[in-house]
Design a protein around this ligand. Structure first.
Ligand code: NAD
Ligand code: MG
Length: 493
């Protein structure tokens, strides 16, 4: 394709060709309280700290609610409640009874799926299509899956007696708020631990709704404690001597702080941190399918995905055609109201995150990098970033090495499979990767040389509660999901 032809196509943005009528999901369906308290020992309690923080809707910058900010005393109350529940009730229950509670949570979530999806999109900025079709169904699947494990642990680990650790302290990020809560709570409870969990400060609402649901499910008080707050609340959880096992998902920077904090203690821990996945397109790949996979890999959830396919590696022979088709496809992506069912890309989760992304696209530009952004109209209020492609990058550039955590894709070319593997592995991270080719043998040969926890072949960003997820190198340690994800919540003796 000639440059000229491409320019002509790009001048006709999708909005001008044929636009969809708005199809918004109504927020009237849900009720959000003006103020939320801490869920400790089965009840909602005002924080001893007396402090509250606002959570906003990033698509219009309006405050949705105030949530309590747990201080040191509040964290202590939550850990004490979790310990009491562990020793008094939860560790004494027959395993199948634990399973019943998890089944009940899963079924109640199914009944209230729509409400949870809407609140998730309002509080986080992610498109309703994703929260409705991916996040919430995955949340439910996680509770069902782990409900099934509760009374089968001795078969999962034959010859040893699996025992819970006690109290699990769990800290989660804002990119998949309820899904990360499910990834943490479900295996902990199935294995027989009790929980103190803290959602991220910008996305606490679905976790607080889950607290209501857990109360309604009749879970014994103190088995799950959900406390809100920012980084300092996280620090207080990490350092509390009553925590037996820590599970953290978030930035590599905080992961390292946690690792230092637990060194020399008895605390078990797992870390799920950042990523910088290479998505490798060979010249025998089905190009149209690959374009869909690339778009899903990086623009899904505004690129707020630790396993996002943020580095595109394309074999030289197909690079020109692929970039041309990718740009055309990018022009059709709809950025806007997260509650609109047509929206592909919602709001960036916070002002802080938007500034971080824009920083990469301004100060971060090095050499003769070229930034291509689609011509979509961005709403005036709220935090937005167009789908962005960065060309003419080299391996040493900051934008290739560091995690942007936004809808920003870099593109590099390669000639041989060896070169692709070298480029893919030349990263401090190793969470995920993708391979697109017509040849099964190439999938196996290249796939096994990629140092990453998950490598997708001819697809991207697919999740399932039965398959383990986690990183190599600075992407973390330990696995979540599947039988591997149960292990960190158990002591085998
Ligand atoms: P973060 O690591 O600061 O926050 C994640 C969670 O940890 C939040 O609940 C936060 O309140 C808590 N926290 C913050 N400081 C803490 C501390 N010292 N001790 C204990 N808990 C603490 O992440 P962020 O600032 O929200 O995002 C920064 C970057 O992290 C992003 O740009 C992205 O690269 C990365 N990130 C990765 C993931 C992932 O899923 N791997 C998720 C979110 C963010
Ligand atoms: Mg919010």
């Amino acid at each position: 394709m000639s440059e000229k032809e491409l320019t002509t196509h790009q001048n006709l943005h999708f909005d001008e060709l044929w636009a969809y009528d708005p199809a918004p999901e109504s927020p009237d369906y849900v009720s959000i309280e003006p103020q939320y308290q801490l869920f400790i020992d089965g009840t909602f309690q005002k924080p001893e700290s007396g402090r509250y923080i606002d959570t906003v809707n990033p698509s219009n910058e309006k405050v949705l609610a105030q949530v309590a900010e747990a201080g040191k005393k509040d964290v202590d109350k939550a850990v004490t409640a979790a310990r009491k529940a562990y020793e008094g009730v939860w560790s004494k229950l027959p395993a199948k009874e634990r399973g019943k509670y998890l089944f009940r949570i899963a079924r109640l979530l199914q009944e209230r799926a729509r409400e949870f999806a809407i609140v998730e999109s309002m509080d986080s900025g992610k498109p309703i299509r994703e929260s409705r079709d991916i996040d919430i169904p995955q949340v439910i699947a996680h509770f069902f899956y782990h409900a099934g494990w509760a009374d089968k642990l001795e078969y999962a680990f034959p010859g040893v007696r699996p025992k819970p650790h006690g109290v699990a302290g769990q800290i989660i990020p804002w990119n998949f708020p309820l899904l990360m809560a499910a990834w943490k709570i479900a295996p902990a409870l199935a294995a027989g631990n009790t929980v103190v969990i803290k959602p991220a400060e910008t996305t606490p609402l679905t976790a607080l709704k889950l607290a209501e649901l857990i109360r309604d499910a009749g879970l014994p008080p103190g088995v799950v404690n959900i406390i809100t707050g920012a980084g300092q609340t996280g620090v207080d959880i990490v350092n509390h001597p009553g925590i037996d096992k820590l599970a953290f998902t978030g930035s590599t920077e905080v992961g390292k702080i946690i690792q230092k904090a637990v060194a020399g203690t008895d605390k078990k821990y797992t870390l799920e941190l950042g990523g910088k996945a290479a998505n490798i397109i060979f010249d025998d790949a089905p190009v149209e399918q690959a374009v869909e996979g690339i778009v899903n890999g990086i623009f899904f959830n505004q690129g707020h995905v630790c396993c996002a396919g943020s580095r595109l590696l394309v074999q030289e022979g197909v690079a020109e055609e692929l970039v041309y088709k990718l740009k055309l496809r990018m022009e059709t992506l709809i950025v806007g109201d997260p509650l609109d069912k047509n929206t592909d890309i919602g709001a960036i989760n916070s002002k802080v995150q938007l500034d971080r992304i824009l920083g990469f696209l301004t100060e971060g530009v090095e050499g003769d990098q070229k930034i291509y952004q689609t011509k979509c109209n961005l709403p005036e209020k709220g935090y937005w970033c167009q789908p962005t492609l960065v060309e003419n990058v080299s391996q040493s550039h900051r934008i290739v090495q560091e995690e942007v955590f936004g809808p920003v894709l870099t593109i590099q070319t390669f000639r041989t499979p060896d070169e692709a593997v070298n480029l893919a592995n030349n990263s401090p991270y190793g969470l995920s990767g993708g391979i697109w080719t017509d040849k099964g043998s190439k999938i196996f040969n290249v796939g096994k040389r990629i140092r990453a926890g998950v490598v997708w072949a001819n697809t991207f960003n697919k999740f399932d509660p039965t398959s383990p997820f986690g990183g190599y190198k600075e992407s973390g340690m330990g696995r979540e999901g599947g039988i591997h994800g149960l292990l960190p919540y158990l002591e085998l003796s």
